[in-house]
Each structure stands twice: as structure tokens, then as C-alpha cells.
Design a protein around this ligand. Structure first.
Ligand code: SF4
Ligand code: SF4
Length: 341
């Protein structure tokens, strides 16, 4: 019997929902306004926090007060500020349950004026939020006016101090340098800024929406180029995993794959019998096995090729979800319906 041993997590991102006010070309989770407002259930979070608190607390180094993706918990999505009252309730709950160093990741769409921004951030801080991560990159700036990002950054700095993080600082400085007002499309940005200057700074993971919306930036390879590769490391990594609003326990950034139901974390951490999860079994060995499953279910290799192993993996999984509901590790279905749209 092949068992996949899942280690205890050191850091978790909790997706309040997949709903976002925008639809970034690089979104790993294919979030967008098209998703239903299926917000995470408070009772589920309470149960999950009860299980996570002792595990996550073991992983925090010393008496660290610094927020991090390497330990602790962050609220993410989708855009958590779309449901501010839920975000606030979950922040109180995190404090009550002794969840270490909770912070929120946001695109700042809500920072429309100083007074409102300050009020919201103070409420969160008082509820027990340790910090904030302000997203700024060439893809959310296509939708979010830079003034809102600057406002949120400035006020967050006053409220959360060093636990107000701008990610990525390079783009924040670049947009300031070019005197950006409002938004800018990726195409226009590449006209304004020498693309060579951006090389090495665009942190793109070749997965999620990037596979379908930014694929032109990459070289393509045939399917068999990726056949020898195993995803054992990605499936069993212990940091920056995600739990979504349907309680799927998602390995790292592998959106659309569930290692089980986080309501019963103990069961997941006891090890997974891979015989019940053919897709995980294939990924754990090599991508050639996944391709065989795809082929047996009518999948045909793309003549255009693939930009990464995740491209091949996602394309096959998307096909399988369309054909059958046999593979219970392929969740949520909404991911497959929304990716690339
Ligand atoms: S990357 Fe973030 S801001 Fe962009 S669509 Fe995804 S969740 Fe929304
Ligand atoms: S190939 Fe699939 S399982 Fe492997 S890292 Fe990429 S998305 Fe995850």
C-alpha cells in the first residue's frame, strides 16, 4: 500500500473565498468576480483553528513578532476585504484561538479615502491582526488605481509598523518613479519601462491563470519533456499551504488539488492511502503516469506544447474534471471552470 505522508504545516493561507473584485492574468487560484460568494463558514474555521493552533505555534521561531509566509497564518483569497465583517470576525477568532501572527493579503481596492482606510485598519489591529501584506505588481495595477495602494501602504505603515509589507517593493518604487496615476495595462507598462529592467523582477509562477493568459512569455515544450518529473516535494511541503472556503487542504500553490478535508486535519496528517487517489499517486511518481490517466480518458496532447510541468498537469486535470467526477482529489470544480477565463 503506497502512503503519502503529509507533514504538519508550519504556515497556512486561509482562503475566505475565491471571489475577487478583479481577475489578474497571473492569479494562481483563478480568482475573479465570476465566482459565487461562497464565503468560508465560521464554524468550520473555529474547528480548523482548534486543530491548527498547537501545530502552528510550534513552528514560530522564538518570540518572533514578525509576520511571514514561513510560519503562522494569513487570510487570503480571493480578496478578503470584499467581506470585511467576515475578515474582522475571523481575526477575533484567530486571537481567541491563539493562532500565531495572523495577517491579511490584499489588493487594496477598498482604500478609497484616508478616513475609511484608517478606520478599517484600526478595527483589524484591535481585533488582533498582526499585520498586512499589500500586493503590488504589473497585473493587479491593471485594475487597482495606484493611489489606493499608496494610501493603504502609508496608513498601514503607521498602524502595523514593520508588519506592513509591500509585495513587491520593486514595483511600488517603479510605479512611483514613473509618476503613475490610476491604473496601467501590462502592454502600456512594457512601452513605458524597458522590459529588460523588469527581467528578474516579474515573479511569475508558471501555474494558474499564467498558463493561459501569459503563456506567450514562455518557451513551450512537448508533453514528454516533463514525463520524468515527480511532484512529491510539492505535495508534501509543509509551508505556505492553503485551506480554501470549501475546507480543501491544498498543497502549496497546486490549486485544484485537495489532499482532503481540513475539518479533519488529523486524518490527512495520518497519511493518505494513494490507492484511493490515482491523480495524487501519479503525481507522486511522475507526470508520465498522469498523462497515461489523461490519455485513457480521451486527453490529447496540445500541439502547441506546454510552458511548464504545471501547465501539462493543469491541462490534463481540467480535461479529466470535464469528463468525470471520479477523481475526488480534483477540487474545487470551480477552479477548473474559471481558470484562464
Ligand atoms: S492575484 Fe489576488 S488580486 Fe489578483 S485576482 Fe487573484 S486574488 Fe485577486
Ligand atoms: S505539476 Fe501539478 S502537482 Fe506538480 S507542482 Fe505543478 S500543479 Fe502542483
Amino acid at each position: 500500500m503506497a502512503i503519502l505522508n503529509i507533514p504538519e504545516p508550519v504556515s497556512i493561507g486561509l482562503l475566505l473565498s475565491y471571489k475577487c473584485n478583479i481577475s489578474c492574468r497571473d492569479c494562481i487560484y483563478a480568482c475573479s468576480p465570476k465566482w459565487k460568494s461562497d464565503w468560508i463558514n465560521i464554524e468550520d474555521v473555529e474547528n480548523i483553528f482548534n486543530q491548527l493552533a498547537p501545530i502552528l505555534n510550534k513552528a514560530v521561531p522564538g518570540y518572533s513578532k514578525q509576520i511571514s509566509f514561513s510560519y503562522g497564518l494569513h487570510f487570503t483569497g480571493g480578496e478578503p476585504f470584499l467581506n470585511f465583517s467576515l475578515l474582522l470576525k475571523l481575526t477575533y477568532l484567530a486571537k481567541e484561538k491563539n493562532i500565531p501572527l495572523p495577517f491579511v493579503e490584499t489588493n487594496c481596492f477598498w482604500a478609497t479615502d484616508d478616513k475609511k482606510t484608517k478606520k478599517m485598519l484600526i478595527k483589524l489591529k484591535k481585533a488582533g491582526l498582526s499585520g498586512i501584506l499589500i500586493s503590488v505588481n504589473p497585473f493587479n495595477i491593471e485594475y487597482i488605481p495606484f493611489e489606493r495602494i499608496k494610501r493603504a501602504a502609508k496608513i498601514s505603515q503607521n498602524i502595523f509598523g514593520p508588519n506592513s509589507i509591500i509585495y513587491q517593493q520593486f514595483y511600488f518604487s517603479l510605479f512611483k518613479q514613473i509618476g503613475l496615476r490610476g491604473t496601467i495595462s501590462f502592454k502600456e507598462l512594457l512601452k513605458k519601462v524597458d522590459p529588460k529592467k523588469l527581467q528578474g523582477y516579474i515573479e511569475l509562477l508558471p501555474m494558474g491563470n499564467t498558463l493561459y493568459k501569459l503563456d506567450y512569455l514562455y518557451e513551450r515544450k512537448p508533453a514528454d519533456f516533463f514525463f520524468g518529473e515527480s511532484c512529491h516535494m510539492e505535495l508534501t511541503r509543509n509551508w505556505h499551504l492553503h485551506i480554501d472556503n470549501y475546507c480543501n487542504y491544498i498543497p502549496g500553490f497546486c490549486a485544484g488539488i485537495s489532499l482532503g478535508n481540513a475539518r479533519n486535519l488529523k486524518k490527512i496528517l495520518a497519511g493518505m492511502n494513494l490507492e484511493n487517489f490515482p491523480i495524487l499517486q501519479a503525481l507522486n511518481i511522475n507526470l508520465g503516469k498522469l498523462y497515461e490517466i489523461g490519455k485513457a480518458n480521451g486527453y490529447r496532447e496540445s500541439s502547441k506544447g506546454y510552458i511548464s510541468k504545471c501547465h501539462l498537469c493543469t491541462d490534463i486535470r481540467k480535461h479529466l474534471v470535464d469528463k468525470t467526477d471520479e477523481f475526488k482529489e480534483l477540487k474545487p470544480i470551480g477552479f477548473y471552470k474559471n481558470i484562464g477565463n
